[in-house]
Design a protein around this ligand. Structure first.
Ligand SMILES: [Zn+2]
Length: 337
């Protein structure tokens, strides 16, 4: 049996949880410049991070993600901040914790952990052990600042997911992980949604929840969700999709989703079996508030087909995993540990 933790307790109490919306998009709206590391704002503009979290809590989020996505030493090095990984992550968690603790209801602080940006051997130069050590360093800060769970997200590589999961176990945090299925229905490294849970299901007590975030558009991520909930109907599945359909304006991606569209996305996610539902790129507090209402007023409908998803929230921008074929075996091999 799994050791009790705040996230499983709240899932047991409420059944379905609303996670928050975009961090990057909303910080850009507050003045973050392209190329600037959002994590530095934990030090230089903590009041803006408080506001981001507070707005999400006010919109109804049950889970808020710390501003620490790029908080590994490999990512912070690009901004000459790799000398303070622990402090930066601790600060990120403390800021979120301060908002969660004064909320009128239970709010989970999820310690966001993104990819290091380095490829593991043999594709790149980073050893598996170095990856584990980098995630341990980050997660120790997140834990010290009061994070309830290590929220490993936007991952492409099975080995990197395992490294982060092992780090969470070493640090003593429960963990979740999500892949970004942005390449013909799979991750950039060829992981198929239906195989994602198996990547780290044997690490510690296993993940509390597994799922998808970011990727392409909201219809595409719901197709990944259908694959995951079909493969593991009883497992807890996360979906944190981008806000509507991506439209490319020159080099920039713009997301077309409106609050009513994201409300329908949330209902469809529920119909498809997700237990933790949130938004990624482009998702503002207005979108999130509409999703909150949709989940509160939800009445069950049959499991949707892809055609019904497309009818309700728009076209797929990418192939689905089953259309793109292949068996993803490159990523399915198991690491000895
Ligand atoms: Zn995103």
């Amino acid at each position: 049996m799994r050791t009790a933790n705040a996230l499983t307790d709240l899932l047991a109490e409420k059944g379905v949880l609303l996670a928050d919306g975009a961090t990057g998009t909303n910080l850009f709206a507050m003045g973050l410049e392209a190329g600037e590391a959002p994590e530095l704002w934990n030090e230089t503009a903590p009041e803006k991070i408080v506001k981001l979290h507070q707005d999400f809590v006010d919109a109804g989020a049950d889970i808020i993600l710390t501003n620490s996505f790029g908080g590994t030493r490999q990512r912070l090095k690009l901004h000459k901040a790799d000398d303070r990984v622990f402090d930066m992550n601790k600060r990120a968690a403390e800021i979120a914790r301060s908002v969660a603790d004064k909320a009128p209801r239970k709010v989970i602080v999820a310690g966001s952990v993104g990819p290091t940006g380095e490829l593991l051997i043999p594709l790149g130069a980073m050893s598996y052990e170095d990856a584990v050590a980098a995630f341990v360093e980050q997660m120790e800060g997140l834990k010290a600042g009061g994070a309830d769970v290590a929220w490993i997200e936007t991952m492409s590589s099975g080995d990197e997911i395992r490294a982060a999961a092992e780090a969470a176990v070493k640090v003593g945090l429960p963990y979740t992980y999500t892949g970004s299925f942005d390449t013909a229905g799979k991750t950039m490294m060829g992981l198929d949604p239906k195989d994602l849970r198996g990547v780290a299901s044997d690490v510690g007590e296993g993940p509390v929840a597994v799922g998808a975030n970011c990727g392409v558009g909201a219809p595409d991520i719901l197709s990944s969700l259908l694959d995951m909930t079909a493969a593991d109907p009883d497992a807890i599945t996360i979906v944190k999709g981008n806000c509507g359909i991506p439209e490319y304006r020159g080099a920039e991606i713009h997301y077309s989703g409106t609050p009513p569209l994201m409300a329908e996305y949330a209902r469809l996610a529920r119909d498809a079996g997700a237990r933790i539902i949130g938004g990624c790129c482009g998702t503002s507090c207005d979108h999130l508030a509409a999703m909150r209402t949709a989940l509160d007023e939800y009445t069950p409908r049959p499991r949707p087909t892809i055609d019904e998803i497309v009818d309700k929230i728009g076209p797929l921008r990418n192939k689905t995993a089953s259309e793109s074929g292949g068996d993803g075996s490159r990523e399915r091999r198991r690491r000895r540990s």
